[in-house]
Design a protein around this ligand. Structure first.
Ligand SMILES: [Zn+2]
Ligand SMILES: [Zn+2]
Length: 937
């Protein structure tokens, strides 16, 4: 199943095209596939189990073999790839273990649908031929999602790709089944299970989807056997009364004490059934009397076991009433419901009908109403497996991140029920059990037994297969070779981290923990990272029928409007959604590229929150790609030769701007590293965005430009060129895990060592280059320059015209800072005159800005328009007033104060104080201006 392509002789890693990237900005076309192929050709995804480096391993949540990449996969796999690429660059022995899941019911349904198109059913084809058809479908179409993961840039070790039904994993499944059976942890029993009459199979509790529906609550009269008196029970499923074997009351419900020990006659059927007492009855619900149907209700089933009640199955596996249903035998269950109600009414036994909103279970596959039903199934006894799995999380051997999910995990694990593992389908691991009809013996074995060991009679194998989640529960060790004691297993187990959505925390994560502890004696992973759901920008769940689904492949490769419409129509989007698409994307999507999509997903993946995705955001991060591309285009003619790279940057004659950018780079290295280390992907992304766009590109490159083209000395130009190259090299490394393609492409164009950026060392901060003073000065410089530029655009002053600048400071420290940035400020803000001081008088007529305690004046005697300036100040003041009001409301809100983290509250308080100061100063300026207008007018 692994995709192969002609690798030939690996090409040396030369930049793919000579010359500069196109002027039109970054175009991912060609770039992404070229570098992906380069990585594969050089085997860079492959983990060497003989390496002595510290191991780092993630097993992929195996996508269904029927699947195709949706945005949820894109998020899940982007986050994994970020961690994997980061650890690989850190020099860890890094393995990302890929594979697919055979997805029992889902895959069987796909092939059954194809059969139906040929006018066939699976029973006509027969089991063996059907399973063969599924395999051939899998060989032809099963690799789609793996190809799509490559498009996303996933750096999985494809040589190790596994499939839950391949021989090795099937062997592991059989071994686990046999060991659990031998330990008494697998048993066969009658049990109440969720049954889908359409799919003809048992469903696990988790495969049932509950939907709130308006139903009815029928109150039915059951006469007492004595002939006088009656009880009234309430039910939402009156047809099940045909299978009632008791009526129950709460033992302490005083209303019914006289009924204890008596019996009633079951209407329609005429069976005498006892009135029993049981604490599971809720005296508040309905009449406080409960009909007990052990064969068709999970709680009644348990109650029936406690009281030794008969279990009478009145609804068959096909959804029709059985012969036990008396006059209704053979009827469909819903027709029977109608008939029963009518008959009760006729006989005067229907007391009343109430409307009743309640949750009704539906099959997650076909949406048929699920029938709780008695059935002979295979089970895993969960209690003994759950206990150590609870301890593993309690003791911190496994961390669940964010921790809020731990509570959910404990709640579920402490109320765990036995796991029904048999499924009445054909596609899956057939249960290794054989029955002897001659003597009734059941044999569970690793290898097919030739005959009954007790009587020598012939055997028939169990026809059921195992729940798909049974094999995926073994995934972290079965993929590494268990039950063989392989080197891979010894090196990579326990794995480091599991990245997954919360929806499979129980289906999958909890079961992996239980199985790992049982069969490996150790946890399967150290960290479980739970990410949110993908939603649209309004926060609505993405769904095909809503038509708000964004297809990751459309985003990566581009799509015409026709493509978008076709995709939406295929999913059943309603006409208004299609019109929305036509309006919003008349041109379709451009090729945004995998990097832009990955960056968007990382930037939106805040811990504990859902990802509100919009095409606008993706477009924004495509601009980010362009920005980086253009930075390279600017830098390209100035990049240093490879030999200059070895010069230690600390030894160069550094300017203020150099010390600033190196110090900021140090901080960014620390912040990105700690962001990734804490699984705060969004923090890492935003730090990089801010640094590359707003510091490196907007300021450093601009400052360097004047140095390179100006009349400065050669030593300074050389320093500028070295730093230009150095900072770009380091930033590309830091960005690589999130945006692997553009970073590789540009890094290959810089002077570099090695085959690929993906195996280049992760940057380390150099404490000697920390320069907090330079950072403070540059911050002030950038802020003041920005304000002067705002004044220019506010008054329509040409960028070429030099302007004077006066700043009133509040303390000596500010004076010192301004003195240090004088030279840059004059050049960057294009000043004709610059003065500052604590007792500087406010000029008569000036544009005024208040910034972090500085009062900035741009005297504009000749150009200023008094009315415009007053309007501007009034607008600013209104803005400050509104912002203050908002903050006051928020900080006066007890709910906000109760919920918000302390640092958020204190940040808001600080903002409030600063705004109040701004407000005061603006008011003063307005008063000043008014006085000025009066005196001059
Ligand atoms: Zn179904
Ligand atoms: Zn036998």
């Amino acid at each position: 199943m692994t995709e192969t392509h002609d690798t030939g002789t690996p090409q040396p890693p030369t930049p793919p095209e000579s010359g500069l990237p196109g002027k039109m900005g970054y175009d991912p076309e060609g770039v992404e596939s070229r570098w992906y192929r380069h990585w594969e050709d050089h085997d860079l995804f492959h983990a060497d189990e003989n390496s002595t480096a510290p191991p780092y391993c993630i097993v992929i949540p195996p996508p269904n073999v029927t699947g195709s990449l949706h945005m949820g996969h894109a998020l899940n796999n982007t986050l994994q790839d970020i961690l994997i690429r980061w650890h690989r660059m850190r020099g860890d022995n890094t393995l990302w273990m890929p594979g697919t899941d055979h997805a029992g019911i889902a895959t069987q349904n796909v092939v059954e649908r194809k059969l139906r198109e040929e006018g066939l059913t699976r029973d006509q084809v027969g089991r063996d031929a059907f399973v063969e058809r599924v395999w051939s479908w899998k060989r032809e179409s099963g690799g789609t999602i793996i190809r799509q993961l490559r498009t996303l840039g996933a750096s999985c070790d494809w040589a190790r790709e596994r499939f839950t039904l391949d021989p090795g994993l099937s062997n592991a499944v059989r071994e686990v089944f046999c060991q659990l059976y031998e330990a008494g942890l697998i048993y066969r029993g009658d049990y109440i299970i969720n049954w889908c009459p359409r799919c003809q199979t048992a469903l696990s509790d988790l495969e049932v989807e509950y939907q709130e529906q308006d139903g009815k609550l029928w109150h039915i009269r059951y006469p007492l056997v004595s002939g006088t008196g009656e009880v009234v029970v309430a039910t939402t499923r009156p047809e099940t009364m045909l299978g009632d074997t008791a009526v129950a009351v709460h033992p302490e419900d005083k209303r019914f004490t006289p009924l204890h020990g008596r019996s009633v006659v079951l209407p329609i059927i005429g069976r005498t059934i006892p009135i029993i007492t049981d604490t599971y009855v809720d005296p508040e619900f309905g009449t406080g009397l409960v009909k007990v149907t052990p064969a068709h209700d999970p709680k009644d089933f348990e109650c029936g076991l406690r009281h030794g009640l008969p279990q009478i199955k009145v609804i068959g596996d096909d959804g029709r009433m059985t012969e036990k249903a008396g006059p209704y035998a053979g009827q469909d269950r819903f027709a029977c419901r109608k008939g029963v109600v009518q008959q009760l009414e006729r006989e005067g036994l229907l007391v009343k009908v109430e409307t009743h909103r309640h949750a009704v279970g539906h099959c997650y596959r076909c949406q048929t109403v699920v029938e709780p039903s008695l059935s002979r199934q295979w089970f895993v006894k969960m209690g003994p497996l759950a206990e150590p799995a609870i301890q593993a999380v309690e003791s911190g051997r496994i961390r669940i991140i964010p921790a809020q999910w731990e509570k959910t995990y404990f709640e579920w694990m402490r109320n765990i029920r036995d796991w029904c593992i048999s499924r009445q389908i054909w596609w899956g691991h057939r249960i290794p059990a054989w029955y002897c009809d001659a003597c009734g013996e059941t044999i569970v074995a690793r290898h097919t037994p030739p005959a009954c060991p007790r009587c020598g009679g012939s055997l028939r194998q169990e026809t059921d297969v195992l729940d798909t989640w049974f094999s995926s529960a073994l995934w972290p060790f079965s993929t590494l070779g268990w039950p063989e004691n392989t080197r891979a297993l010894r090196v990579y187990y326990p794995t480091s981290c599991l990245v997954t959505g919360f929806d499979i925390l129980f289906f999958w994560v909890a079961r992996m923990i239980m199985m790992g502890l049982r069969f490996m004696g150790d946890v399967p992973f150290r960290d479980v990272v739970i990410h949110g759901l993908i939603r649209d920008e309004q926060g609505e769940k993405m769904s095909k029928t809503r038509g708000n689904v964004i297809d990751p492949l459309h985003v990566i490769n581009g799509a015409t409007l026709e493509d978008l419409l076709t995709g939406a129509k295929a999913g059943g989007a309603p006409p208004p959604a299609l019109d929305g698409l036509r309006r919003q994307f008349p041109e379709g999507f451009p090729r945004f590229g995998a990097d832009a999509l990955r960056f968007t997903l990382a930037a939106l993946a805040g811990q504990g929150s859902d990802v509100k995705l919009s095409v606008k955001r993706i477009e924004g991060y495509r601009h980010f790609c362009n920005k980086i591309w253009n930075a390279y285009r600017f830098a390209a003619p100035h990049l240093v030769d490879a030999d200059l790279q070895s010069v230690g940057v600390a030894d160069l004659p550094l300017t203020l701007a150099d010390r600033w950018i190196l110090s900021r780079l140090n901080a960014v290295i620390r912040d990105v590293t700690s962001g990734l280390d804490g699984y705060r992907f969004n923090d890492a992304a935003s730090v990089l965005y801010q640094f590359l766009w707003h510091e490196y590109c907007d300021w450093y490159l601009e400052i360097v430009k004047t140095r390179l083209t100006g009349a400065g000395d050669d030593a300074d130009k050389r320093t500028a060129r070295i730093l230009l190259t150095h900072v770009m090299d380091q930033a590309l490394r830091l960005l690589h895990p999130i945006m692997p393609f553009i970073t590789e492409d540009l890094w290959q164009r810089l002077p570099h060592d090695g085959l690929s950026l993906m195996v280049a060392p992760w940057p380390q901060p150099q404490p000697a280059l920390d320069a907090p003073r330079a950072v403070a000065i540059m911050d002030c410089l950038m802020n003041v320059t920005r304000e002067v530029r705002n004044v220019r655009s506010g008054y329509n002053i040409s960028p070429a015209q030099r302007v004077p600048l006066l700043i009133r400071t509040a303390n000596a420290e500010q004076d010192a800072t301004l003195a240090d940035c004088r030279e840059y400020l004059v050049s960057l803000a294009r000043l004709s005159r610059f003065a500052f001081g604590q007792d500087l008088a406010k000029p008569a007529l000036a544009a005024t800005v208040v910034l972090q305690g500085l009062e900035i004046y741009v005297p504009l005697e000749d150009v200023i328009d008094l009315t415009a300036e007053r309007q501007r100040l009034e607008k600013e003041l209104a803005k400050a007033d509104a912002a203050l009001e908002r903050l006051a409301k928020k900080l006066g809100n007890a709910a906000f104060l109760g919920k918000a983290p302390a640092d958020v509250v204190s940040r808001e308080r600080a903002a409030q104080a600063e705004l109040a100061e701004t407000q005061t100063k603006l008011k003063a300026s307005l008063a000043h201006l008014a006085a000025r207008v009066k005196s001059s007018g």
